[in-house]
Design a protein around this ligand. Structure first.
Ligand code: NDP
Length: 342
């Protein structure tokens, strides 16, 4: 192999919304495999909101990215060189690799994908981390019951779009909150949500919610935090549940994000609010993927992907998440497969 290995490092810790100066493009050499390892050519990679938190130097559930090192994340690639008995050239794998064209990984760090069973990109979306987040967060914490009202924010994104559909499968009434008319049409027309609210154009999200949730809110799946979530709190029913999945509205905030006090709403209605990370359910991932794949095959679930082309556009695709440019799962296509049949 004579090619170089284009890579993207974290050059600076962003202040507020990251800029291109926070990223550095470098060229490394193609790694070689040692015993038990494989070399992988990146085909698709995932950009995710949680990566913004890893750019800060602060304690969290996952270690910060290191400055001057390649940014890591979910990747789908093809094996180009193997010194593992478990993988051969042309196998398609997924793993936590890097924003780079080639990676080396130990066989234990990779999952082999079956392109004949589902499009490989689903391993980074509906049949991967976002799908599992929706599945476990909604079913284990939200516990939607037939006839209940489920509200989901970030509703047209990777996690939110699956949350709403699973809630429909469970017989709930589903109301989505998202940031464009195109997304609202998608939720209503393609995913069968019962109502959808554009938080960017509604003069009062609270009033729109009151209108869309005449029986109050039993489950609020919170992907965004901030003012959108503030508007949901007064509508919570007795024994409502709130899976706290994310708070993207504050990921780029310069100062502390202070809002109304929510304790009174929680106390007076005996509401359960629980933060979670998908890794809490790691030992049940196989079960989650199996059920999601069954629903997908049966046509009960559908999904959307926004695929940006080209390695050099990775930072742009990442930044687009904070402007709501994606519908469904945001991916970057880095290369065509040379050995794998997709
Ligand atoms: P999405 O695919 O939903 O992309 C992000 C979306 O967030 C954008 O499309 C945009 O949609 C919306 N958004 C951006 N800025 C704001 C804002 N200021 N206020 C409200 N909405 C905003 O991402 P994911 O589905 O991957 O992630 C959704 C949430 O779930 C994130 O908060 C993420 O951190 C969290 N998460 C948590 C996990 C866990 O284990 N707890 C695992 C995976 C994700 P719009 O056009 O509607 O504004």
């Amino acid at each position: 192999m004579t090619e170089v290995n284009k890579q993207i490092q974290l050059a600076k810790r962003p202040k507020g919304l990251p800029t291109m100066e926070d990223f550095r493009f470098v060229e490394g050499s193609i790694p070689r495999a040692c015993e038990g390892e494989v070399v992988i050519r990146t085909l698709y990679l995932s950009v995710d909101p949680y990566m913004r938190g890893r750019m800060n130097d602060e304690k969290s559930y996952i270690a910060p990215f290191q400055l001057d090192e390649v940014i890591t994340g979910g990747v789908i690639g093809e094996v180009v060189e193997s010194r593992s008995t478990q993988f051969k050239q042309g196998d398609v794998v997924s793993g936590m690799l890097g924003w780079q064209q080639f990676s080396v990984a130990h066989e234990n760090e990779l999952r082999k994908l079956s392109p004949e069973l589902a499009p490989v990109t689903t391993a980074l979306g509906i049949l991967g981390m976002p799908g599992l987040t929706a599945y476990f967060g909604l079913l284990e914490i939200g516990k939607p019951q037939e006839g209940e009202t489920v509200v989901v924010s970030g509703a047209a994104g990777a996690v939110g779009s699956i949350v709403g559909q699973i809630a429909k499968i469970k017989g709930a009434r589903v109301v989505g909150i998202a940031g464009s008319d195109e997304k609202i049409s998608y939720l209503l027309d393609e995913l069968g949500f019962d109502a959808a609210i554009n938080y960017k154009t509604e003069t009062s999200v609270k009033r729109a919610l009151q209108h869309s949730c005449p029986d109050g809110v039993d489950v609020y799946f919170d992907n965004v935090g901030g003012e959108v979530s503030d508007a949901v709190m007064p509508l919570l029913n007795r024994f409502a549940r709130i899976p706290l999945c994310g708070a993207i509205s504050s990921y780029n905030a310069a100062g502390k994000d202070i809002g109304p006090r929510i304790q009174p709403y929680l106390v007076k209605n005996s509401v359960l609010m629980q933060g979670f990370i998908v890794a809490n359910y790691q030992d049940r991932f196989t079960e989650g993927i199996k059920e999601l794949a069954t629903w997908l095959r049966e046509g009960k679930l559908t999904y959307e992907e926004t695929i940006t082309e080209g390695f050099e556009n990775i930072p742009d695709a990442f930044l687009g998440l904070f402007e709501g440019k994606n519908l469904g799962k945001q991916l970057v296509k880095v290369a065509e497969a040379k050995y794998a049949i997709l």
